[in-house]
Design a protein around this ligand. Sequence first.
Ligand code: GLC
Length: 625
Amino acid sequence: MAGSKPLTKSEIFDLRWQRARRDLIGPFTRLYAGRIDPEDLLERTRSLSLRHWNDRSADLRRLDLERDLNPDWFLGQDMVGYVFYIDKFAGRLDQLPSRIDYLADLGVTYAHMMPCLKPRPGASDGGYAVMDYREINPDLGTMADFQKANLALRASGISTCIDMVLNHTAKEHEWAVKARAGDPFYQDFYRMFDDDTLPKRYEETLIEIFPDQAPGNFTYYDDMEKWVWTTFNEYQWDLNWENPEVFLAILDVILFLANKGVQAFRLDAVAFMWKRMGTGCQNLPEVHDILQALTQATRVAAPAVIHKAEAIVGPRDLVPYLGTGTHAGRESQLAYHNNLMVQFWSSLASRDTRLMTHVLQTHFPEQFRRACFAPYIRCHDDIGWAITDDDAQAVPPMSGFGHRTFLADFYNGSFPGSFARGADFQSNPETGDRRTNGSFASLAGLEAALERDDAAEIDLATRRILMGHALIASFGGIPLLYMGDELGLTNDHSFRDDPALADDGRWMQRPAMDWQRASEVAETDQPHGRIWRGVRHIMAVRKATPQLASDNGTRIVDSGNPAVFTYLRLGDDRTVTCVCNFSEHPQRVALDLPEGAIDLLTRKPAPMQGAHVLVEPYGALWLRA
Ligand code: GLC
């Protein structure tokens, strides 16, 4: 390669391949050596990647180069995410470009479009039962519309993220249809059993995800006389990741979509990808090898692309998704911080942040290598109260079961004095486990306060919502705004009238965008104006504060006041001390602040009362010299 000419396209590819090879050989050997010579798998991965690299457009290759030179691009404090359903936000894809100004105004740089690939007809688990990964859902538009929308977003500095559902396909997917017709090659794409001996043994240690509408983890099909592994709904067939052909087929799809302009893939339900008898079949070590292999193989042909792992699991299991041990710096670049989310709601209900401080301090490193969390407060799913008995016991007299029960009761509104208007989801009488549905605003008390027309309560609910946004904007990672939360949209019960949706209470927190309200935000004194302006301001201050970049550490400190959660963002030059008051009363905390510290959110001197910092009800402060 010596010489003075610029590198050719194929030389660039070779250099990238050499880099990736080192990170692929370990996972390939551990995962697949029993089924294929790892060298053969490497060669097939290389030629598949090369084919997509040759197809990649010049503008995307330019972006690849930019991000090769700046692989930390997604760690900047300028990153702000927004999550939306295309139909609920814009109608169809060809109308999306006309909504970009709204996103840009909020400061958004990362747009996660909820499932948009072609789903099975009828019930599709909100699009998470994909029938064709190479086609856009016809209700939303065409692949050409999708590409145009991506270009328009990119022109405004917004990277597109879409869901890649890789634990399962719809049973109507071509692979499943062939499997069902008896094709052994495709039967090996799924986990099929001739009788129920093994399924029964697996069931002994598995949990049920949807005990109400889809009990059990296996489904029997008369026509093929086989049991199929179906963790989620009957129509979602789990892929067999022990088969290297599945790896290659999914990588092929990822690179195909990357060439349509996708810059981030939200890898759905990754915890479930590997199964082992006698375990819960979640978070097995092989999952991390698969994720490393997918990330590193993607980087060969599409270095502009990053992966976000969706693993909604307890703290100990969550951390490895951002790469620990040999996977450090090599696995998914992003992962949802569902523990921060759970702890936000836990502290809000109890006005006590000790559990939050304990969990976030004990189980999480201050930073990761080339990776960060995506903190969020609400999303389209239910909230699972992922609080372990051990963690609860660290905060006496709390018990795990007692606290989880309290949270479910608080957020369904039945606990005396609760401000929340949520609903139980998938109550499991055997385990006592209950999950919770509801929008940010409704869970935070806005719905109830508006109904009572209680100005003081409306004010408190508004403050809770803004404090949550300040938390995710400063905690480290890419904050994800969930469509409508910036306007305080409350629960939507209209799904009950649609038979394809009625049995899934999660539609409650998936309202349509309210463009009427959105048009009023600049002026109105109503809560939606206050919330929107507050969120926009918080994101703007985030962007202007380099210490909040995701490659700076996050250190949790015990504030000494249980109502107040405190953490430091460790910039190279200066530290930002972030404080959140989880109670409706003003609080005082003793903090070690530099001389002349100001609150970045108000640009006023740190509010002191004697030697203490004073935090308003549900207030958030970002204090820095
Ligand atoms: C993820 C999605 C959820 C879906 C499940 C199965 O957890 O967020 O909505 O039901 O995966 O695909």
